[in-house]
Design a protein around this ligand. Structure first.
Ligand code: ADP
Ligand code: MG
Length: 598
């Protein structure tokens, strides 16, 4: 049977070896594999060929094995010789190390021996001084030289003693001289101290006298007091304060740079606390409970501390909150009286009154005369003060409603007058009688010069309005102090609103706020001049002691109209001479020719 080679299950390896790139191989029986496609092979032939092939393969593998075995033997011999060499090296290294050890111990022993020897030599070496002494001792052993030396020593000792005695004498005389001089110095110091003490006592007595006169003056002057609170310099501002204070006299403040001094009712130190300032006004606030009317104003340029003094902060409140608290606490402890305290808060901005506690803060309010007499502001919200929390709430709401705008002087510049009105109605439980007192706490708008704050347009109008109303306030105070027949209350909303709290036996305190910084010197001087004119008074000759006729004010106040610092001549109240000074009010046509309202 003929079987084609491709159908046989031949080893693929064999098949490929047979077929690929080899010269045709003789397979025996005349059969050639290369021709197997054409010639069919029989099975016995194939097995025969296959066995031949395998034999050939085995013999070639045997040869390879033999070759490898020979190679292995070669490598084993090589390994053996390497091992022997390594062993040999190790032995050599060990010998070398042993040699080194021996050398090391030998060297160490040598060193120790040398060191010991050196030390022994050092210890036993005689000191040079001893050698010298020994040599000298050998030299002076001669009795003559020894005698001479002893004589020399005795001479030297005698000389030494004489010098000592001389020194003692000198020392004693020096000590007595020093004592004499120090006694003289002490005497001089005592004399000086006594002199300065007597001068100080004299000065203090003078101050007391002057204060007594001052008090008389205040009494005679009546109801208007002027305080001054300097705003302290901040560390970051640097510079030196423009003020100088007399530690013995708190009624005088000086501005050395301009050689000017101002006398006022009270000058606070720059470090004065909120509570100290309140302490000075609290007595007056208490008089509201007795049915008095009181006005407290804070006056000064923007940034000088008006709002700080009047409102302060939540942690360290100013006059407003402390006043409400004081009134509230006083009324709580009263036994035979009942009190009703009410507060309202307004602002006057551009001659327009706005309610700071109302729900419509933009509504314009007006001052009206009541049919039964007296002034009132219809529609103004009045809040009963029934707790301390209520007091805080009032301040907060009012602050939020207040008009503020930015100027070059102060970012959060107050351009309006802010007035806290507190009314206290007292009822006597036993008699049923009633009395009513009113407290007006006014944080005035900034009094700075128009040109300095560099404002224009609406802001210029604001500034002019502020200056006009401050000027009117000065005019009213001036007219009241000097008992003028006409008091120009109606010339500004502020004075008209406060009319009933300014005249009669009402009390007024003006707190001047002034910056200590040299940059604000002109504004500071203007503020102080304004205050000085409020403070000074031309008293009636019939009730005035001649010594108290006028304190050291700069100009008789009645001779001047009130002028707030202002560069704008249109808003100035007096008339100016070519040199710029204000002339007497009586000599210029007055625009304040208004009849007294009350
Ligand atoms: P004004 O109301 O006059 O424009 P402010 O009361 O707003 O001025 O004061 C301006 C700044 O100066 C505020 O930051 C205020 O806290 C600070 N200040 C004013 N007076 C004092 C003072 N006596 N001590 C410490 N800081 C003050
Ligand atoms: Mg302010």
């Amino acid at each position: 049977m003929n079987v084609p080679v491709r159908n046989l299950n031949l080893d693929l390896d064999l098949h490929s070896r047979l077929d690929v790139g080899r010269p045709a191989m003789e397979l025996g029986s005349g059969v050639q594999i290369k021709g197997c496609k054409r010639k069919a092979l029989t099975i016995p032939n194939i097995w025969e060929e296959r066995s031949k092939w395998l034999k050939y393969e085995v013999s070639s593998k045997d040869e390879t094995i033999k070759r490898l075995q020979a190679k292995t033997l070669e490598l084993q011999a090589e390994l053996k010789s390497v091992k022997e060499a390594k062993l040999h090296q190790e032995v050599e290294l060990k010998n070398e190390r042993d040699d080194l050890k021996v050398q090391y111990f030998k060297a160490r022993n040598d060193c120790t021996a040398q060191f010991d020897q050196y030390m022994e030599e050092r210890i036993n070496r005689p000191l040079p001084g001893i050698v010298v002494v020994k040599r000298k001792a050998q030299g002076v052993c001669d009795p003559e030289s020894l005698q001479a030396l002893q004589e020399q020593v005795q001479e030297l000792q005698a000389e030494n003693l004489a010098m000592k005695q001389h020194t003692q004498i000198l020392h004693k005389s020096f000590a007595s001289q020093v004592e004499k001089v120090s006694l003289q110095v002490q005497e001089a110091i005592k004399e000086n101290a006594a002199l300065s003490l007597s001068l100080l006592e004299k000065y203090k007595r003078e101050i007391v006298k002057r204060k007594a006169l001052h008090d008389t003056l205040v009494e005679l002057r009546g109801n208007i007091r002027v305080y001054m609170r300097p705003k302290p310099l901040r560390q970051s501002e640097g510079g030196v304060s423009v003020f100088s204070h007399d530690p013995y006299d708190d009624t005088v403040v000086s501005v050395p740079m301009k050689s000017r001094s101002f006398q006022l009712e009270k000058v606070f130190s720059p470090e004065a606390t909120q509570s100290e300032v309140f302490g000075e006004v609290s007595a007056l606030i208490q008089s509201v409970l007795d049915g008095r009317n009181v006005c407290i104003f804070a006056y000064g340029q923007t940034g000088s501390g008006k709002t700080y003094t009047m409102e302060g902060s939540l942690e360290d409140p100013g006059v407003n909150q402390r006043a409400l608290k004081l009134l509230y606490e006083e009324t709580q402890s009263a036994t035979n009286m009942t009190y009703e305290i009410k507060a309202s808060m307004m602002e006057i901005y551009n001659e327009t009154i706005r309610d700071l506690l109302g729900s419509e803060p933009n509504e314009r309010l007006e001052v009206k005369m009541k049919p039964e007499g007296g002034l009132h502001v219809p529609g103004l919200v009045s809040v009963p003060v029934k707790s301390l929390t209520e007091i805080n709430r009032i301040s907060k709401v009012a602050q939020e409603n207040r008009v503020t705008a930015s100027t070059m002087m102060n970012e959060r510049s107050s351009r309006s007058h802010c007035i806290l009105c507190v009314s206290v109605e007292e009822t006597n439980r036993i008699t049923g009688s009633k009395s009513k007192g009113r407290l007006n706490l006014v944080d005035l708008a900034g009094s700075e010069r128009v040109s300095k704050s560099q404002v224009e347009g609406a802001r210029l109008k604001e500034a002019q309005s502020i200056n006009r109303s401050l000027s009117c306030l000065g005019d009213v105070i001036n007219a009241l102090k000097n008992h003028h027949p006409h008091v120009p209350y109606r010339n500004s909303k502020l004075t008209y609103l406060l009319q009933e709290s300014l005249g009669g036996d009402s009390k007024t305190i003006m707190i001047l706020q002034a910056s200590s910084h040299p940059d604000n010197l002109n504004e500071t001087l203007s503020t102080l001049s304004f205050g000085q004119r409020v403070f000074s008074v031309e008293l009636n000759s019939k009730n005035t002691p001649s010594s108290a006729r006028r304190p050291q004010s700069e100009t008789p106040s009645s001779a001047r109209k009130f002028a707030v610092p202002n560069d704008n001549p249109s808003t100035e109240t007096g008339a100016r001479t070519p040199t710029g000074s204000l002339v007497k009010a009586s000599s210029v046509p007055s625009r304040l020719n208004v009849k007294r309202e009350t």
